[in-house]
Design a protein around this ligand. Structure first.
Ligand SMILES: [Zn+2]
Length: 285
C-alpha cells in the first residue's frame, strides 16, 4: 500500500484535483450562488497563475514533501502514533482528525497575529468567492503551511495513507467550501454538523471583521463549534454580503498577480484584531 501511494502520489493528487475542479466549475457555471463582481477570466487567470507559482516554490524549497517526512517518521519510529501499538485504521483516523485540528489552529493564528494576517489577507482580498479562491494563497503562507505540516508529521508520525488521504480531502474540501454554489438548506444544515459547507465558510470571507474572524475550519465543523468561533449566517445574507477586505478592494491591486504578491508589504504596521480591539472599562472592576 505504502509503495503504491508513494509511487503514484503525483498522479493521485493531480487526478483528484482536476476531477473535483471540473465538477465544481461545472456546478458554479450552471447554478451560481452569487453574481460575480469582476471578470472571471481575469480572476481565474491570476489566481491559477499564483497556484502554479506556489507549486514551483514548494518543489524548489522542499525536496522532502509530506509523504517523504511520513516515511522517515515511520522508518525511525518518530511520532506519537508510531510509539503506541494501535490498530492501523485507528491510526489513520486519529492522524486525519489531528492534522485537521492543526490546520484549524494555524488558520486562527494567521488571523490573530498582525504580521501573519498581512500574508493571509491575500486569500481574503479576492473580491469574489469561488473555487479558485480556495487555492489563492501568498507563497509565504504556502511555505509557512509546509513547515507546520512537516513539523506536525514529525510529532504525530501518521501512516502514509493518512497523509495522502488528508492532502486529497483538504484540497477537495477547499475547492468545495469556496465554491460559488448553494446546497439545499436542509442538506446544508445536516452536513454542517460534521463538515464545513460553502455557506458556512463564505461567512469567513465577509468584509465585516467579526464575521471574517469566525468559521476557520476547512474540513470538520467541530473545531469552530467547540472553540466558540462558529457563526451561522452573515448578517447581510449570502447574496447581499460583501466579500473581501475593506481597506483593499481595488480590483487593479487585488485581482492581479503583482498586487497579490505585494499585498503583505503594503500599508502601515498598525495591527489587526489583537491590538486593534477596543477595550472597554467595566464599571464593576
Ligand atoms: Zn482566513
Amino acid at each position: 500500500m505504502d509503495t503504491f501511494v508513494q509511487t503514484h502520489e503525483g498522479a493521485l493528487r493531480l487526478g483528484f484535483f482536476l476531477g473535483i475542479f471540473a465538477v465544481m466549475a461545472l456546478w458554479e457555471g450552471l447554478a451560481p450562488r452569487r453574481t460575480l463582481t469582476i471578470s472571471k477570466a481575469i480572476r481565474w487567470g491570476n489566481n491559477l497563475t499564483l497556484v502554479a507559482i506556489n507549486t514551483l516554490v514548494v518543489r524548489l524549497l522542499f525536496p522532502v514533501a509530506a509523504l517523504g517526512m511520513a516515511a522517515s517518521a515511520s522508518a525511525h519510529n518518530w511520532g506519537v502514533l508510531n510509539i503506541f501499538p494501535i490498530p492501523f485504521w485507528l491510526s489513520v483516523l486519529v492522524a486525519i482528525i489531528a492534522m485537521d485540528f492543526v490546520i484549524w489552529m494555524q488558520h486562527v493564528m494567521v488571523h490573530a497575529v498582525p504580521a501573519l494576517w498581512r500574508v493571509h489577507r491575500v486569500h481574503h482580498a479576492d473580491l469574489d468567492y469561488d473555487l479558485t479562491t480556495g487555492a489563492r494563497f501568498h507563497p509565504i503562507e504556502i511555505v509557512l503551511s509546509m513547515v507546520i505540516k512537516l513539523a506536525t508529521i514529525m510529532v504525530l508520525g501518521p501512516p502514509l495513507l493518512a497523509v495522502i488521504v488528508f492532502e486529497v480531502i483538504l484540497n477537495g474540501m477547499s475547492m468545495f467550501n469556496h465554491a460559488n454554489v448553494r446546497l439545499p438548506p436542509v442538506l446544508d444544515r445536516l452536513l454542517r454538523w460534521a463538515v464545513v459547507t460553502p455557506d458556512m465558510h463564505r461567512v469567513h470571507h465577509s468584509v465585516e471583521d467579526d464575521e471574517a474572524n469566525s468559521n476557520f475550519g476547512f474540513n470538520l465543523s467541530v473545531w469552530d463549534r467547540l472553540f466558540g468561533t462558529y457563526r451561522d449566517q452573515p448578517r447581510a445574507g449570502h447574496v447581499a454580503m460583501t466579500i473581501g477586505i475593506h481597506q483593499y478592494n481595488e480590483p487593479k491591486l487585488v485581482a492581479w498577480l503583482p498586487g497579490m504578491l505585494a499585498l503583505p508589504f503594503l500599508g502601515k504596521i498598525t495591527g489587526y484584531t489583537i491590538n486593534r480591539r477596543e477595550w472597554h472599562e467595566r464599571d464593576d472592576q
